[in-house]
Design a protein around this ligand. Structure first.
Ligand SMILES: C=C(O[C@@H]1C=C(C(=O)O)C=C[C@H]1O)C(=O)O
Length: 425
């Protein structure tokens, strides 16, 4: 179902111009102050990526066809597009940012947003793209000088979501019982908490702090969904598709030498290796349908983040059909990293035990250009603005036969930490 809101603007005019990287500086410092958390977009990792603001067009979709409807809208929007692109890299020319719901039955909408201004950076190359629907030539100097820094949102209160930690632990125990009874192999159960700040939370405040604390993640903001995801569902760049699969987690202790011992135990933990294997297989199987060959490393590596360590596998392949990055994201979603194995049984158990509309949490979030190249992460370690001073935060954990409820509660707390710290708590 596609909501009647803006039809494909015609024609969209996109102009991309190279700018000296020194003039752009830090991408996150380029974002303007705004009272509307949905007015900025971000996809930044280690200082590279895209940020933008304004909204020249957008579409909202829902239901089981939300990916296909969004993809059709983007195809129609870019078909008539007038493009002047002096840089010609993935992410130049017209670009849409998107945040898709986890489930086709969510009450929330999935959204694609075309910003008015995008600033990009890749290595030493930087660029500005302006997108308009009329012939007005945007001012040449759209990259501003230094912006005013975001104000602190003041003290933040955290409250329970639909399930408090004790009820969620009971749900985990029930899931383990179902797994032991042979109903399924793995299920990912999520919980949410409610964060309320004293003052509006400038999204730039969150993005800056997430980027500082979690430099190996993709720091994103799309339509009021903000976070720092370590998990790349799919990147498509000139025919090469890559995916970073994460599953299997251990909390950091705060002591570096102890953490190394923990990393070694994670790499040997049969419970975590099993949980990881399900996730890798789900991604490799889904990619196999679109690629001539899929490269899957034999064993995972340990990805170190400030709060947790994950078992990680980078899967790669060469696409042999005309799938766009959004179409690939659609066929990979939901992977066993956020759903479970087998998918239908895990999905049913999630609906039964979670008591949560995941909304866009654990759904694909990212961007796509007119060629279909793009990057779609999984919206983890994230929150959804409900009002300028209120966000709902989410975290989930893979449950397998060897899982213990108290350990999973502690793991979910560790996964909530990035957003809690970014808020200032
Ligand atoms: C579901 C989340 O994370 C996923 C679950 C993981 C696990 O259970 O080990 C690890 C990484 C993610 O694939 C989350 O962060 O909310």
């Amino acid at each position: 179902m596609t909501s009647p809101s803006p039809a494909a603007p015609s024609p969209l005019i996109a102009r991309t111009t190279a700018v000296p990287a020194a003039r752009v500086g830090d991408l996150l410092d380029v974002l303007p102050p705004t009272a509307d958390p949905a007015a900025v977009v971000s996809w930044v990792r280690r200082g590279e990526g895209l940020v933008g603001w304004g909204r020249v067009a957008s579409v909202s979709t829902s239901g089981p066809d939300r990916f296909a409807d969004a993809a059709r809208w983007w195809r129609e929007t870019t078909r008539e597009c007038i493009v002047r692109d002096d840089v010609d890299l993935p992410g130049t020319g017209p670009v849409a940012f998107g945040t898709m719901t986890y489930s086709g039955s969510s009450q929330e909408e999935s959204t694609l947003v075309v910003p008015e201004v995008l600033v990009g950076r890749r290595g030493r190359q930087a660029w500005v793209t302006t997108m308009t629907v009329d012939a007005t030539v945007p001012p040449a100097d759209v990259v501003p000088g230094r912006r005013t820094p975001p104000p602190a949102p003041g003290p933040v209160q955290i409250g329970d979501g639909r399930l408090d930690a004790t009820s969620w632990a009971a749900a985990v125990e029930e899931a383990v019982a179902r797994i032991n009874a042979g109903a399924l192999d793995k299920v990912v159960l999520a919980r949410s908490v409610q964060a309320r700040a004293e003052a509006p939370v400038d999204p730039r405040w969150l993005l800056r702090r997430l980027a500082e604390g979690y430099e190996t993640t993709w720091v994103f903001a799309v339509d009021g969904m903000v976070g720092a995801t370590p998990e790349m569902l799919v990147r498509l760049e000139r025919g090469l598709v890559t995916s970073r699969v994460l599953a299997g987690t251990i909390r950091r202790s705060g002591d570096d030498s102890h953490d190394l011992a923990l990393a070694a135990s994670l790499a040997r933990s049969s419970k975590d290796l099993e949980e990881h294997e399900y996730a890798v297989r789900s991604v490799a199987d889904a990619l196999a349908a679109h690629t001539s060959s899929v490269n899957v490393p034999e064993s995972p590596f340990v990805l170190h983040l400030s709060n947790v360590m994950h078992l990680a596998t980078d899967v790669a392949g060469v696409v042999d059909d005309d799938s766009t990055s959004l179409a690939l994201a659609s066929s990979l979603h939901p992977s066993a990293a956020v759903c479970g194995t087998p998918t239908p049984a895990a999905d049913a158990l999630i609906s039964e035990l979670e008591h949560l509309d995941r909304g866009r949490y654990a759904g694909p979030v990212g961007w796509m250009d007119a060629s279909g190249d793009g990057e779609w992460g999984i919206a983890l370690r994230s929150g959804r603005y409900q009002a300028p001073d209120r966000l709902r935060l989410y975290a989930g954990c893979g449950i397998v036969a060897g899982s213990r409820a108290d350990e999973e509660v502690a793991e979910s707390e560790a996964k909530l930490l990035p957003m809690r710290q970014a808020l200032g708590g």
